[in-house]
Design a protein around this ligand. Structure first.
Ligand code: ADP
Ligand code: MG
Length: 270
């Protein structure tokens, strides 16, 4: 689905430069949820912009279904952290969600059906006539997710999508994402600085280090199984173990002992 090869990025020119991304290579398979976790400021947003065609990287290439990405592909959707800036305040909830469909010329009746379906799948079936400013932060982010889903994107990129809502809403939105993935079979690449979130949502976690950031390890989270629960999954030994591994990697950049789940840094570097 997505092949990222040797992406690096340096901001600025002359004496004032900042290399945000070192040399980043990874793939995302169809149907996977991959989380990228890294400290604030390490270059996570830069990475999403650089691989999606929003911004040309200094070096490297990303391919989407085999084709080099030069501009944002039609089949790719974005959800950003700042929902309050990403919705159109002058459009109703339905108007916001219908916007990309209208731009693609979908007929009105079909549009209405698709919008209603997307809104009910994010639990907003009753809120279509409201305006974004009449909704809570969590509801606004649901609208942004519905708008990303209506086009049935092959790949959904999410940049700290749940970082600006309270803990309870965050848990609900994480579960919403998992149910949406089951319903639409969407492939998701999500960046976060939250260790628990990365393990809870993922099939695979890629751990980034501080700038110039590179992937220090890939953690396979499939042992947790496809069905997750905010309380019982997080109580399992497996979850506790995996979150410890991610935390250790974020802090030290390597695992002291490799015990079957984490891939050592040396192996990744090859
Ligand atoms: P993250 O999303 O992981 O918090 P960012 O990708 O936003 O990190 O930023 C990585 C680094 O690049 C930071 O040091 C930030 O200040 C810098 N940076 C981000 N965007 C720009 C820009 N447009 N111009 C210059 N520096 C930038
Ligand atoms: Mg960011």
């Amino acid at each position: 689905m997505l092949d990222v090869t040797g992406i690096s990025h340096t901001y600025g020119s002359g004496a004032k430069t900042h290399t945000a991304l070192g040399n980043i290579t990874f793939t995302v398979e169809k149907g996977e949820i991959v989380c990228i976790v890294g400290p604030s400021g390490c270059g996570k947003s830069t990475l999403l912009r650089a691989i999606s065609g929003l911004m040309p990287p200094s070096a490297g290439e990303s391919r989407f279904m085999g084709n080099p990405i030069k501009e944002v592909p039609e089949d790719l959707a974005f959800v950003f952290q700042e929902y309050s800036k990403s919705l159109f305040p002058w459009l109703s909830v339905k108007g916001n969600v219908a916007f990309p469909l209208k731009a693609r010329g979908m007929a009105r009746r079909e549009r209405r059906r698709v919008v209603e379906e997307a809104l009910s799948s994010v639990g907003l079936g009753e809120a279509g006539e409201k305006y974004p400013w009449q909704l809570s932060g969590g509801m606004q982010q649901r609208v942004a997710i519905a708008r990303a889903l209506v086009c049935q994107p092959a790949l959904l990129l999410m940049d700290e999508p749940f970082a600006s809502v309270d803990a309870q809403t965050r848990a609900e939105l994480e579960d919403l994402l998992l149910s949406v993935r089951r319903e639409y079979n969407t492939t998701v690449l999500l960046v976060t600085h939250d260790i628990d979130e990365s393990v809870y949502l993922s099939d695979r976690v890629l751990v980034l280090c501080k700038a110039p950031s590179t992937i220090v390890a890939t953690i396979d989270v499939t042992p947790l199984g496809p069905d997750r629960d905010q309380i019982t999954t997080k109580e399992t030994d497996e979850f506790v173990h995996l979150r410890g591994e991610v935390a250790r990697l974020l802090r030290y950049g390597h695992l002291d002992e490799v015990d079957g789940h984490g891939v050592p840094v040396e192996a990744i570097a090859e």
